[in-house]
Structures are given as structure tokens and as C-alpha cells.
Write a protein that binds this ligand. Structure first.
Ligand code: NAI
Length: 284
């Protein structure tokens, strides 16, 4: 199963990072989103990242140009017809992902692998939206993609071994470390991380401490490189809420109940770094 042409769906913080690392590893990449301004925004982030590498002397200018030459932009899902692998990184919402996978299933060639970067949603359920559940797999990158080494790889109930192998090999080619996990809500990473973030939000909600104090305790006291509220802002508070809802629905246990303050921020459009305001404020 040879992978040469990759299509990445969603040019947000994850999709653009995934597109960048795929192009850096030599793949031909189409970066797709709903509107040209979204793909352009993703692409301009990639250009800036690569330029920073050049400025730091870690990459030749020619190499940067070669990487960019392997990338193109799309707002037409029909472009999936040329892909050997599609990696979906649209919003963390089952309806959106199911609709996308049903459409991709109609457009993509029969051999094409359909992967999702979902943080928490069941791969088996996403696969059920297609007629090719054996070719559907979870490929969960970490943020920021160019920096973080881990990719959780999640098989759905029907995922073929050859598909798992192809994705595992590709992950290694990207310079990342694949770790196989089973298809349970939140997999391993977010089952452990997100309840901690949610608890950090509860400590602010209940007036135990200010966000800065919570982050300082976890950084200096637990040696975390980044406090949980800074991390939540970085991940995106909408994504955090979707993940907590998936854990809550999936396990039914009250310990996964999203903090009301998280809901309130998301309703207010305070989505963290990407919207300029979350637990902290950012220049956009
Ligand atoms: P984001 O909000 O930065 O980007 C999402 C992009 O998807 C937007 O550009 C949006 O226009 C696009 N989109 C929405 N619906 C679409 C559709 N039907 N077709 C094409 N494009 C569509 O979100 P982010 O953070 O990049 O997350 C994307 C996915 O990656 C989510 O499933 C999330 O759970 C997952 N993820 C997020 C991580 C994080 O730290 N933010 C880490 C690992 C996974």
C-alpha cells in the first residue's frame, strides 16, 4: 500500500501542522478547507514556520521552496479523488466528521485510506459512515504538530492490518513515534489529560485560585512544561469542551462533566489562543 499523495481536511492549527510535516517528509499534499481564506491562513502559518527554520539556519532556503512546491490548496472535496491517504482534521464534532467521511467515501478511490485526527471521537462510529470501515483509522497528532513526537494510532473495529501497517510506517517517515491504542473515548492521551484540564478549570470556577496561580502550581510543583490553563487555551477551549462531552457521553461518569465555566467561555467565543482570548489574552 504505497502512500504518495496526501489530502488534509481542515486548515486550522492541526491540519496545517499535519500538512507541513507531510510535505517536509516528501509527500505531495493538498490542504483543504471550506473557504479560500481558511486555507490561505493555514498556508501563511506554514510559510512563517518554515521561514523561521531558515532564519535559524536549520533549513536551506531551497529546501523550504521544495516543501512549498509540494503543497497546494483546495476548497473542492472532489480533489480527494487523487489522494492515497486523506487525513481529516476538521472540528471535533461527530456530525461534521460523519458527513465528511460519507462524502469522502463517495469521492476517494477504493484503495484510499481515510484517517481522522479526532482527539476523542470513536473511530468505529466515524468508519460506520463509510462503505469502507476496513480502510478507516485514527491518526491522532499532538499540538504543535511540527514539534511533538507522538502520534496515537487507533484502529476501528474493522481496520485492516495492512492499513494499520501503512499508517504506522508513514508516521515513522514523518519522524514521529506511533503508539497503538484501542478505540475508547479520549483514547489514552485525552482520557488522562482532559480531566486534569477540566479540574484546573473547576479550581478557578470555585474560586480556589486565579488562573496564573493554578498554572504556576502545576508548572513549579509538578514540573509540567506548561500550566493546564495555558495548555487549554493553546488546544482551543471549544475542542476541550467537545472532548469532555465525548468522555462524559462515552463513560457516563459524572467525573467527566464539563465545568460550567468552560461552557460559558465557549459560548462567549473565548476559545483561547486562536480567538485572542481564553483564560489569558493574546494578540491575534
Ligand atoms: P481549528 O478550529 O483550528 O481548525 C478546524 C478547521 O476545520 C477550521 O479551519 C474549519 O474551517 C475547518 N472545517 C470545519 N468543518 C469543515 C468541513 N466540513 N470541511 C473542511 N474543513 C472544515 O481546530 P484544530 O485545533 O485544528 O482541531 C482539528 C481537529 O484536530 C479536531 O478534531 C481536534 O479535536 C483535533 N485535535 C486537536 C488538537 C489541539 O490541540 N487543538 C490536538 C489533536 C487533535
Amino acid at each position: 500500500m504505497s502512500i504518495e499523495n496526501v489530502m488534509v481536511i481542515g486548515a486550522g492549527q492541526m491540519g496545517s501542522g499535519i500538512a507541513q510535516v507531510c510535505a517536509q517528509a516528501g509527500y505531495t499534499v493538498v490542504l483543504h478547507d471550506l473557504k479560500p481564506e481558511f486555507t490561505e491562513r493555514g498556508m501563511s502559518g506554514i510559510r512563517k514556520n518554515l521561514q523561521r527554520q531558515v532564519d535559524k539556519g536549520r533549513m536551506e532556503d531551497g529546501e523550504k521552496e521544495d516543501i512549498l512546491a509540494r503543497m497546494s490548496l483546495s476548497t473542492d472535496l472532489e480533489n480527494a479523488a487523487n489522494a492515497d491517504l486523506v487525513i481529516e482534521a476538521a472540528v471535533e464534532n461527530m456530525e461534521v466528521k460523519s458527513a465528511l467521511f460519507a462524502e469522502l467515501d463517495n469521492i476517494a478511490q477504493k484503495k484510499t485510506i481515510l484517517a481522522t485526527n479526532t482527539s476523542s471521537l470513536p473511530i468505529t462510529e466515524i468508519a460506520a459512515a463509510t462503505q469502507r470501515p476496513q480502510k478507516v483509522i485514527g491518526m491522532h497528532f499532538m499540538n504543535p504538530v511540527p514539534v511533538m513526537k507522538l502520534v496515537e494510532i487507533i484502529r476501528g473495529l474493522a481496520t485492516e492490518d495492512s492499513v494499520y501497517k501503512a499508517v504506522e510506517e508513514m508516521t515513522e517517515k514523518l519522524g514521529k513515534v506511533p503508539v497503538e491504542v484501542n478505540d475508547f473515548p479520549g483514547f489514552v492521551s485525552n482520557r488522562i489529560l482532559m480531566p486534569m484540564i477540566n479540574e484546573a478549570i473547576y479550581t478557578v470556577y470555585e474560586g480556589v485560585a486565579a488562573p496564573e496561580a493554578v498554572d504556576e502550581v502545576m508548572k513549579l510543583g509538578m514540573n509540567h512544561p506548561m500550566g493546564p490553563l495555558t495548555l487549554a487555551d493553546f488546544i482551543g477551549l471549544d475542542t476541550c469542551l467537545y472532548i469532555m462531552e465525548t468522555l462524559h457521553d462515552g463513560f457516563g461518569d459524572d467525573k467527566y462533566r464539563p465545568c460550567p465555566l468552560l461552557r460559558k467561555y465557549v459560548k462567549a467565543g473565548w476559545l483561547g489562543k486562536k480567538s485572542g482570548r481564553g483564560f489569558y489574552t493574546y494578540e491575534t
